[in-house]
Design a protein around this ligand. Sequence first.
Ligand code: GLA
Length: 683
Amino acid sequence: MSDIYAILHSPACTAIWEVRADEAPLWRYWGPRLPDGVVPPAPLREERPEPSFSLHHDMPLNLFPGIGMGWFGAPALAAHRAGRDWTHAATQCRMETLAENTLRFHLVDAVAELAIAITARLDPASDVLTLSTTLTNTGVDVLDVNWLASACLPLPPDAQSVLSYTGRHNSEFVPVEDTLSRSGWRRENRRGLTSHDCFPGALVRCADGTAYGAQLAWSGNHIQSIDWIDDGRRQWLLGEGFAPGEIRLAPGDSITTPEVLATVSAHGMDGVSQAFHRAIRARIAWPGGAMSPRKVHLNTWEGFYFDHDLDALKELADAAATIGIERFVLDDGWFAGRDDDTSSLGDWWPDPVKYPEGLAPLAHHVTALGMEFGLWVEPEMVNPDSGLYRAHPDWALHVDGRPRLTARNQLVLDMSLPQLRDYLFHAIALLLRELPISYLKWDHNRDLTHAGNHAQYRAQVLGTYELMARLRAAFPSVEIESCAGGGGRIDAGIVAHSHRFWTSDCIDAVSRASIQRGFLRFMPPELMGSHVGACPAHSTGRMQGMAFRSGVALPGHFGVELDLRHLNEADRDELAVAIARYKALREQFHHGHVWQGDADDHILWQAHGEPHDLLLHITRIAPTSWRHAPHLRLPMLDPDRSYRVAPEQGEPREIHGSWLIQNGLPLPPMKGEAVLIHHLTAL
Ligand code: GLA
């Protein structure tokens, strides 16, 4: 009987399906690693006597649940041909082994005339199960597809709550933890890009401490749902969200969904995040094939906004180089006529008034100082007040007869148009060829309302990916930062084309402390753009000292976003020290595992590295109300070893791992907003 089971193992996870030739594979198990050779004791239906008043043919949860043929839960597909062929159930299944850890299930629905290929890879290096689905219309009429899940995942009966993230511009990664009940849970994003208010992924906590996680590798609309099913398990569906009429497959046509990255850990949320970090790291195409140390940035935005003056920018670059900054990113305001946010998006050549000799004098000044030069662009956008819009008003997404709704005075370009992508490619390529630019900050500062007369949100995302890929292929040493009004386009899809995320336009360090925690649930720290901003913070007006601002930014991809020329000497010296500190610590911050915790009394901590050698980053975000500071319990340490605990200032101490796990690390008094770093090494 064991030959009916398809089994994938990774070091920490196991997935098991029950595979028959005439139906979709049944989900038997997805959870922490089972020993080799363990199979279910019996085929599922043999374990489940027929309940009263139920179908004689039991229909358990499978990998591609249908509709109208005995599955009463949520379907993986909603599609029809002019109202017909709407019931779906696989009638054939063939399993193909593509590689040791990769299976492809070829399903056929002979009645609805569909072919479905589901690829499942359980990566031994990351413990992440990657799933995607290809649907082909094998009938003779057009198939309207309203919904097609990338993956249908099972959750165990003790799944208790789901942690997802909402937010807005200036406030990304606001955690929302919902209790799972027999009512459904659903998050849906219709903003056309990844969005601030609905990160395309979530984590699920189980009663026994196991945690599950999934994220969709997609930068557009998306849907996630978790529903209770009749055997007490739950099904978790993730997929792209389609607008009405958006996907109409002609006979013979196919659509392939974005991938879902899913994982499970017996070690809870941190185990899930660590697996995600491994998988995301493997998706990044670094120039030269490997990540180089993440360079300290100077970004001009909050220091200068649109007010570009060549001499002032050169002075800024001089000041930046003096304190150890390694990359100078010229943000918005450099291109033709761009004096505020009302005009010029689309006209991607230097402003002749601000830069009469083009950007070369500034770029060469920067590189002569030993720094890299980076440039901000927002290719998918156009202002109605621009040369591009006046020449090609039809290139902006629009719906005939409806107003062109603006946000930040801009419209979205129709990225499905090859001639538009050519225009953008050549405009950006010209800059990259003529100037020593090694970095692009790629922005997207508004939500999409509609996506054309015929909805084409999907084409919008694919067009952007294509343009990015084309530029990366032509200029392989150029890195790209994904930004969308801060963190509106942070996802595992755009990761294949980019190398950093701008986490948030909110650089207030107290706000950042929590935004960064949400980010780190899904993405590794080296991708997390984290800057030291001005005081008071532009987004919140709150005042924070330099040590705290730089301390909070330290574990990510560190940068500075203020006018250095106006810093007082003490702050400038402190910032220089922070930059040196970052350079000394970045290798350890940006490799290995991340663990996160809190210790009550407004203390948050995160640890980076390996259990025997790690950096402990402790943040207090508000003054204490306790007479004695809490202890930090550090569950990831080795209980059988003693540790050298070295604060950055002060004498190291030796403390046993089991003491640190059970009783915790005693903390010194900390001011209301403060960061401490300890280095822990097993002896
Ligand atoms: C967005 C980005 C900022 C900055 C501005 C420029 O808001 O998130 O960092 O680049 O656009 O207009």
